[in-house]
Ligand binder design. Structure first.
Ligand code: GLU
Length: 447
């Protein structure tokens, strides 16, 4: 048999060749494959049965037309995607992203990451992702509703609580899930609560789901810090973004005694050395849907402008905005300011050279597939409640989320140690997620 290193390089080169131009997908694959050498040494059967090559190929990819009319009657055509990546551990599970930048590459990288993230949660979830190149910004409620209805008119045939269960992602929150669920119910004539997660609390949603991704990131950061003898209490923290993940990461960090001094939106960085007032951020983003500039107008301690967020000195950085937002320049800046820990709230927000710099410098680094798994884990709790026609209290659900995040941290920590990369959560997360999926796939034979 060929040397594992050789195998992995060949597999990666093949992925690049067969998926031309898909740079984000290639980046995500490279990052996982980079950790798998020791796994192949221990499990040569995975190489023989070509499990890695199979894992890199989505089980199914659906691309479809989404026509819709705006309020003036003009017709628009968007492109919809659902990449059903892997169903070894359960139905395909992962969010829908509405953003003008969405192309197949985006959805494939997200679906690939999701497969391992979902495995790490310990819940029965396969991996998938979807979305559309639709820009919800500046669109009226009616327009977004018509878009969601048109999208679901095709998407519904691929979904089902035992088949594929979408949720939200960037640009998709409870409002959009409501319109998608309404159309699914109408077309199928089934009140199938478990077909979507992130639902409203009155119609099958779970308490804590909204907060879960952000809370989970803070819990993961706390666990990494605790394992090295400190914690978030008294730490200065910067959080990129001001969306759902960022808002609830800030909330949890504040509950844990950390001081969050900066966050950001697409227009700039908000710096408030006295500590971010989260009520004001929530009002700007969740109610008024406006820029963070409004925050700086009402709080004299704050400034809002184009200066990069990562220049703000901090002990802990939580990138919660989007992929590749934290590059090697930002990583160097964080290091020179004495940053001790970085946990990824977004999917793949740190570039590979940024990750390499941080790891080399001994910064605690929590990769997204572990650190931001709280959202999808709570989606699984929502599915549990739907299946048993039950609804749990906030405290009970939060306790479960807490337990799951602590377990994910422990799994990554112990797996890294077992495979000779102590302290490297990237290796721990990749290996633990991969081996779980690979063992299940091996049990099913060649499918
Ligand atoms: N979009 C979220 C993620 O990246 C949540 C997915 C879900 O709940 O299915 O994990």
């Amino acid at each position: 048999m060929a040397r594992p290193e050789f195998d992995l390089t060949t597999i990666y080169d093949d992925v690049v060749r067969r998926n031309p131009g898909e740079v984000d997908f290639a980046q995500a694959v490279r990052e996982v494959l980079g950790s798998l050498g020791p796994v192949l040494n221990k499990h040569p059967e995975f190489a023989r049965s070509k499990i890695i090559q199979r894992i890199c190929e989505p089980e199914r990819q659906v691309i479809f037309r989404i026509p819709w009319q705006d309020d003036t009657g003009e017709i628009h055509i968007n492109r919809g995607f659902r990449v059903e990546f892997n169903s070894a551990l359960g139905p395909y599970k992962g969010g829908l992203r509405f953003h003008p930048s969405v192309v197949l590459d985006t959805v494939k990288f997200l679906g690939f990451e999701q497969t391992f993230k979902n495995a790490l949660t310990g819940m029965p979830l396969g991996g998938g992702k979807g979305g559309a190149d639709f820009d919800p910004k500046e669109r009226s409620d009616d327009e977004v509703m018509r878009f969601c209805q048109s999208m679901m008119t095709e998407l519904y045939r691929h979904l089902g609580e035992y088949t594929d269960v979408p949720a939200g992602d960037m640009g998709v929150g409870t409002r959009e899930i409501g319109w998608l669920f309404g159309q699914y119910k109408r077309i199928t004539n089934r009140y199938e609560s478990g077909v979507l997660t992130g639902k409203g609390l009155d119609w099958g949603g779970s308490l804590v789901r909204k907060e879960a991704t952000g809370y989970g990131v803070a819990i993961f950061a706390e666990e990494m810090l605790r394992a090295s003898g400190t914690g978030l209490d008294g730490a200065t923290v910067v959080v990129s973004g001001a969306g759902n993940v960022a808002i609830y990461a800030i909330e949890k960090v504040q509950q844990m005694g950390g001081l969050v001094v900066a966050c950001s939106d697409s227009g700039g960085t908000l710096h408030d050395p006295s500590g971010i007032d989260l009520d004001v951020v929530k009002r700007c983003k969740e109610v008024e849907r406006t820029s963070l500039a409004a925050y700086a107008h009402e709080r004299p301690t704050a400034s809002y402008g184009p200066a990069p967020l990562w220049e703000v000195p901090c002990d802990v950085a939580l990138p919660c905005a989007t992929q590749n937002e934290l590059d090697h320049v930002a990583a160097k800046q964080l290091l020179s300011n004495g940053c001790r820990a970085v946990a990824e709230g977004a999917n793949m927000p740190c570039t590979p050279d940024a990750v390499a710099l941080l790891l080399e410098a001994g910064v605690l680094f929590g990769p997204g597939k572990a650190a931001n798994a709280g959202g999808v884990a709570t989606s699984a709790l929502e599915m549990q409640q739907n299946a048993s026609r039950d609804s749990w209290t906030f405290a009970h659900t939060e306790e479960k989320l807490d337990e799951i995040m602590v377990t994910i941290h422990r799994t990554c920590h112990e797996t890294a140690e077992e495979y000779g990369s102590a302290g490297n959560y990237v290796a721990g997360a990749n290996i633990a997620g991969f081996t779980k999926v690979a063992h299940a796939m091996a049990s099913f034979g060649l499918i």
